[in-house]
Design a protein around this ligand. Structure first.
Ligand code: ADP
Length: 356
């Protein structure tokens, strides 16, 4: 590093320049004024006195400049050096680095911004670590199942009958579903999903999804109803993705509603948005769980959801899909045993009637 590029020397040079200009200007003006106002016989004495005074003044100013410059460079350079050092540590993966906040406003601002960035990076890193842990944990359960069956087959504890093979197939399917879900999750979170946005009739799409899931609902003695007001409502959305979100919501409602319950899909609209509310009379969601519902792998009741094959990422994917289409997905529940309502919001098509 060449020394004139260092802030320290630049500040000192600036201070010395001020001293130099001051001395030269004073010397010149004193000379001119003395010549005008002092009688010629006194001129040499006055000159000598002024010169002496100037030398002292210049020395004092230079010293003061030097001291001020040094203090200033210390005040500026130390925080900057710490900033550089902490940045390097963060780059090396040590995310717990924080800067002490200096007194001067501008530097304090920089330090605070840096600390915020460090905290955000630390949180992202934490989430990444958690994600890897979760994925490993999710993969372990079906793998342990398959391994158990295989060991049983090898040891002759199980015979390779339809039942054993069917159970193995069930575990493999679970694994496959999990891997598919994970892949889809990474795609939607990276914004890599290609959407085919078009004006679609929301009530008929809702009806299609209900028809598709009706057999599953009947098998569990559940009633599904659709209410739509108005009867025709066009939204700007990707039909397949919207259906996917609704299948997920209705599927969950079926899964989390005990026999004899009812699931109602209500389609409605306001000035700019259309809504589908999927309401069930099922197990409900405790208020403390509501904020986490859309987080990856979150399940209110892990043992129950896992035994039914749920991975806890269905809602995460669904919400990202809703966001990608300019919509929103939210959940509400009055509490345990009091049913739940999931509401999907989508932008209305510009003209609320059929475009053709
Ligand atoms: P899963 O595959 O486990 O169903 P989701 O992401 O779809 O994963 O749902 C996350 C969790 O949200 C579920 O495990 C369940 O605890 C809760 N949940 C979702 N839908 C409902 C519902 N209709 N009623 C009660 N709880 C629900």
């Amino acid at each position: 590093m060449t020394f004139w590029r260092q802030l320290r020397w630049q500040i000192l040079a600036a201070e010395m320049l001020v001293v130099l200009v001051g001395v030269v200007a004073l010397f010149a003006t004193a000379g001119v004024l003395a010549e005008r106002n002092v009688p010629p016989e006194l001129l040499p004495d006055v000159r000598a006195t002024v010169s002496q005074a100037l030398v002292f003044a210049a020395g004092a100013a230079a010293l003061a400049g030097l001291a001020a410059g040094l203090l200033l460079t210390r005040a500026i350079l130390r925080p900057l050096q710490q900033l550089a050092q902490s940045s390097r540590r963060i780059a090396d993966g040590r995310y717990d680095q924080r800067l002490a906040v200096p007194r001067s406003d501008e530097l304090a601002d920089v330090a605070r911004s840096f600390n915020q960035m460090a905290a955000a990076l630390q949180q992202v890193e934490q989430q990444r670590v958690t994600l890897i842990g979760n994925v490993a944990h999710e993969l372990r359960t079906p793998l342990a199942g398959i391994e158990g069956y295989l060991e049983g087959l090898v040891d002759g504890v199980f015979s390779s009958d339809v039942e054993t093979l069917g159970a193995m197939q069930h575990e493999v399917r679970r694994l496959r579903r999990l891997v598919d879900d994970l892949q889809q999750l990474s795609r939607v979170e990276a914004g890599q999903i290609v959407l085919n946005i078009d004006a679609i009739d929301l009530p008929s799409l809702v009806q299609r999804v209900v028809t598709q899931l009706q057999p599953q609902a009947i098998a569990q003695c559940l009633r599904i109803e659709v209410e739509s007001d108005p009867a025709d409502l066009y939204v700007l959305a990707d039909a397949d993705r919207t259906a996917q979100i609704l299948v997920n919501l209705v599927g969950n409602a079926i899964q989390y509603t005990p026999e004899g319950g009812c699931i109602t899909l209500r389609v409605s609209s306001d000035a700019a948005l259309a809504q589908v509310a999927v309401e069930d009379t099922g197990v409900g969601i405790p208020p403390e769980a509501l904020p986490y519902l859309f987080e990856r792998f979150y399940r209110v009741d892990p043992s129950r959801a896992r035994s039914s094959g749920g991975s806890g990422i269905g809602l995460t994917i669904a919400r990202h899909l809703a966001w990608a289409m300019g919509g929103e997905l939210s959940a509400a529940s009055a509490g345990r045993g009091k049913g739940s309502t999931f509401t999907l919001t989508l932008p209305l098509a510009p003209s609320h009637t059929h475009p053709h």
